[in-house]
Write a protein that binds this ligand. Sequence first.
Ligand code: FAD
Ligand code: UDP
Length: 370
Amino acid sequence: MKRYDYLIVGTGLFGAVFAHEMMQRGKSCLMIEKRDHLAGNIYTEEVEGIQVHRYGAHIFHTSDKSVWDYINRFATFNHYVNSPVAIYHDELYNLPFNMNTFSKMWGIKTPAEAKKIIADQIADLGITEPQNLEEQALSLVGRDVYEKLIKGYTEKQWGRPCSELPAFIIKRLPLRFTYDNNYFNDRFQGIPEGGYTQIIEKMIHGADVLLNTDYFTFIKGHEGIAKKILFTGAIDAFFDYCYGPLQYRSVRFETEVLDTDNYQGNAVVNYTAREVPYTRIIEHKHFEFGKQPKTVISREYSSEWKVGVEPYYPVNNEQNTALYEKYRALGATRPDVIFGGRLGQYKYYDMDKVIAAALKAVNDEEAAFL
Ligand code: FAD
Ligand code: UDP
């Protein structure tokens, strides 16, 4: 049996960056992946000439120039700017929350008018330090925007009342008093031409890879296969849920090819009313300004995770944060294992943060081999 420097569990972005950097440093890597394809949740595949984001829309955005330069070594990014729209019953609004949203909602024109309406709507609530997502959202945008564009969407997405969710989730979204529909404030943004999977393929060139291989089955009989393990699966699963499972949200995607060239006129349309069972519809071709005769759309349904289902989003509330701390402490007793990525570190990481965290893990390792 060949002995490797690293056994890397998971071929998502974290595992791939780590493998790439370690191979550059002359280390050998075996990557194992339980799915039948590479790239984790950023996997894209071509359907009808369109790059389909199989695990949900992935828009790369960052303010970190070094991360932007890093990812651009593996692909050319287009000039896509994410500007979703939200549909609430028969009303359509621009996102993120900006003057276009407020003007449509209240028939006003100026930032001063919008600020006055928001201030009036929250004057009697007495929120000084928002304690949860509901208080945070109300204090930022007032009651109308909260009721129409946040409450229903968030409760579908997270399956919990907004009053029981952490405030930071809503702080991900910009709030602006300018007419600017860019969903992100970051300096750099785009979609890789030709999709994300090719990025991972390039990164892991030179590694040995086994698909359809679950770590927990594989490791029995291969205990000594590597000097060290990078584990990018769920940390509670690694420890056989010994303190009980962490909570995650899962997502189901219903994807259809339609015989029309343009279904909804935008890549991302959010459905913010509670009664609509899905949270958003993605029309993939618009990420690449596609002109194909057909189109591919995906409806996203959010659900609570249970053991055996694919986890997507960590639910970073107080209870889970405390439980994760126990798993993290247990992880620290295993110096032969590095835990990384959205599931390994139980963090609501975007792709740019995953790259930065993987590069940091490499630096920490490098310090250890000196
Ligand atoms: P993953 O991509 O989840 O990779 C982990 C891999 O490990 C998976 O392939 C999994 O199959 C494998 N694995 C797990 N357990 C085992 C095991 N026991 N044995 C073998 N293999 C195993 N970020 C952005 O920057 N922009 C966006 O627009 C954006 N949109 C998103 C939309 C959705 C719906 C979701 C869920 C996430 C989104 N993200 C976005 C976040 C982005 O997906 C993550 O930052 C990134 O994919 C995390 O990479 P990772 O390597 O940590 O995890
Ligand atoms: N959100 C909302 N209404 C929307 C879009 C987002 O209330 O139309 C809230 C919701 O709580 C969501 C959070 O903002 O979980 C972050 O949104 P983002 O688009 O960043 O979610 P992700 O892409 O991570 O699913």
